[in-house]
Design a protein around this ligand. Structure first.
Ligand code: GTP
Ligand code: GTP
Ligand code: MG
Ligand code: MG
Lengths: 292, 277
């Protein structure tokens, strides 16, 4: 892991007296390697290492008796700072029912996460309402309806012939009539380069003015995370990120890339296939695994 | 026309960024760029066109793997679709079914994802659209039992190819990997040598975790080939190079969309050209 590798790099320097700038550069190369292996985007790594370099070339590393530890500490702190040190709660302000919109690439975990979010809110005393707005994927409506039943949350009776913008609008009216206070809208997976589908997402947002537009992203996403996140931010506008499938062994560097490139906070982590596997995001555990 | 420039440090950095952002992986990229870096250090001149050509050839060499015919030559030929959650297994199975039917094969599908909400319905719907039958049981049934029933039905009906859909599973989950091993064992009991092909489905947007996926799935069951999905996005799918090379798995097809026809045979030259224009 990075800690061992840095110890290895600086170990060879024992007995040479003080660390030189070249020694620190060698350590920074290990940091860069670790981040790239963790799927952090190339440019994000470049900028990140640049920020760390400034502190790393200061007395706290150069004059330290444990330079490897010091460097790791700086990197870890910078990671936490970038990922978002203060937890960003879900925004449930505004008139009831509060609409929350889930968007993202195909297969990232939106439908499952919609149900997880509904359960999370229900347990907190809210009255959520689920809306299946994916009319394209075979049995997608079925999938959310089944999950809704499982978590004991009412769900809009979407017909496959309806269009997603109308579904969202009508569902909001229906939720209000039923006295629900949060509406969670699940949308179809879409490519950020699919103009029509990105326009649809923007149209749904326009129609219901969601309090949150949450990008649901897979923890195993690679370098392309920056392209898709930037695109969703530009074409739809995001207020938060939910990172899914975090309980696997993916290092999760995409989280750093997405956060860096959009400035949008990570709010939750999907940590399993079960419907209660949703956690509020705290940066330090993710920071540790990104470093490896 | 473009003047053929000489490789310099700046160009090597550009190239490094290109290859890494394609998800090829820093270790593989370093190995690919090592010869040119050394040349630069020794002051030996190298043309950009020469370097690009040799890199393309090297990647093509990594992708040049023995590729048995598809479908496998068995009757019925039993094919498993496996992989982590959400990569496109079910949709890909439907596309492969369509492809096989176009070629004149009779196809039967087995809905062995008995866990996820509406997984069976999803496959059944695809079966209606493409025109293949789906052997299924109730949600929550033992997936091994569905495999058993499916393969028995295939034999009884003299079907050419059986396509088995499995539940998405993280390679790090012991119980789920054991469940997969059991499904494979059951298949072998019903049809000799089955499954004849285990396809690991990889999502082109995946980063270096694909290596761990291939490694751990490969430790649980024999892996025979890859299908790389979602190549219609902007991800370059470079991880497929490392996975194909390290585990000697030919890439059979690429997924290029969400419709039944959106499957194309993997073309190494086109793939490498798109990677390094
Ligand atoms: N292991 C794991 N699997 C998850 C998690 N979240 C979702 N999944 C699984 O990922 C797969 C895809 O989930 P879906 O909810 O269908 O994804 P989606 O984004 O709605 O997919 P599309 O609607 O097709 O774009 C399913 O097998 C889910 O069970 C998670 O946190 N961990
Ligand atoms: N754009 C694009 N989307 C794809 C492709 N292949 C699959 N998808 C989409 O990816 C999403 C997930 O596909 P599934 O077939 O449900 O994936 P899966 O691996 O069976 O998922 P689980 O069974 O939940 O693990 C769906 O929205 C598909 O339409 C592809 O090649 N291109
Ligand atoms: Mg969905
Ligand atoms: Mg599936």
């Amino acid at each position: 892991n990075l800690s061992d590798r840095l110890e290895g790099v600086f170990q060879k320097l024992r007995g040479k007296g003080k660390l030189t700038k070249e020694d620190v550069e060698r350590g920074l190369r290990e940091v860069r390697l670790a981040l790239l292996e963790a799927d952090v985007n190339y440019r994000v790594v470049k900028n990140f290492v640049e920020r760390v370099r400034e502190r790393a070339l200061g007395a706290e590393v150069l004059e330290s008796l444990t330079p490897a530890q010091q460097l790791i500490k700086i990197v870890h702190e910078e990671l936490i700072r970038t990922l978002g040190e203060t937890p960003a709660p879900l925004d449930l302000g505004g008139p009831r029912p509060v609409p929350l919109l889930l968007v993202g690439l195909q297969g990232s975990g939106k439908t499952t996460t919609a149900a997880k979010l509904a359960l999370f809110l229900r347990k907190k005393g809210h009255r959520p309402y689920l809306v299946p707005a994916d009319v394209y994927r075979p049995a997608a409506i079925d999938q959310l309806k089944t999950l809704a039943e499982k978590v004991g949350v009412p769900v809009y009776d979407t017909q496959p012939s309806e269009n997603p913008v109308d579904i969202a609008r009508k569902a909001l009216v229906e939720a209000k009539a039923q006295g629900r206070d949060v509406v969670i809208i699940d949308t179809a997976g879409r490519l950020h380069v699919d103009e029509a589908m990105m326009a649809e997402a923007a149209a749904i947002k326009e129609a219901v003015s969601p309090r949150e537009v949450l990008l649901v992203a897979d923890a195993m996403t690679g370098q392309d995370a920056v392209n898709m996140a930037r695109s969703f931010q530009e074409k739809v506008g995001l207020t938060g990120v939910i990172l899914t499938k975090v309980e696997g062994d993916a290092r999760g560097g995409a989280a750093l890339s997405i956060r860096e490139v959009t400035g949008v906070p990570i709010k939750f982590l999907g940590t399993g296939e079960k419907i209660d596997a949703l956690e509020v995001f705290y940066p330090d555990r993710l920071a540790s695994r990104i470093l490896g | 026309f473009e003047v053929d420039r000489l490789v310099d440090q700046a160009f090597l950095e550009e190239l490094e960024e290109l290859l890494i952002t394609a998800d090829i992986g820093i270790e593989t990229v370093n190995r690919l760029l090592e010869p040119s870096r050394r040349k630069l250090l020794l002051g030996e001149p190298l043309k950009v066109s020469e370097l690009k050509r040799s890199l393309r050839e090297e990647i093509l060499r990594m992708l040049d793997l023995p590729t048995p015919p598809f479908p496998p030559e068995a009757s019925p030929a039993v094919v498993f679709f496996i992989g982590v959650n959400g990569v496109g297994k079910t949709t890909t199975l439907a596309k492969v079914a369509w492809h096989l039917k176009e070629r004149g094969f009779s196809v039967l599908a087995v809905a062995a994802d008995t866990f996820r909400a509406a997984a069976i319905e999803q496959l059944v719907t695809w079966g209606e659209r493409v025109g293949f039958e789906v052997i299924r049981q109730a949600q929550g049934a033992d997936p091994g039992a569905v495999v058993y029933q499916g393969l028995e039905a295939a034999k009884a009906r003299g079907v050419d190819v059986v396509l088995v859909d499995t539940a998405g599973r993280l390679h790090t989950k012991y119980n789920l990997m054991e469940e997969l091993k059991k499904m494979v064992r059951v298949a072998g009991k019903v049809v000799p040598e089955a499954p004849h092909e285990n396809i690991l489905v990889l999502d082109a947007t995946t980063g270096q975790n694909a290596v761990s996926q291939a490694k751990l799935f490969g430790q649980a069951v024999r892996l025979d080939s890859l299908i790389l999905t979602k190549m219609d996005g902007t991800a370059k799918g470079g991880i497929a190079i490392t996975v194909a090379h390290l585990f000697r798995l030919p890439i059979r097809f690429v997924g290029l969309g969400e419709k039944m026809e959106d499957l194309a045979p993997f073309e190494p030259r086109a793939f490498v050209q798109a990677l390094m224009p």
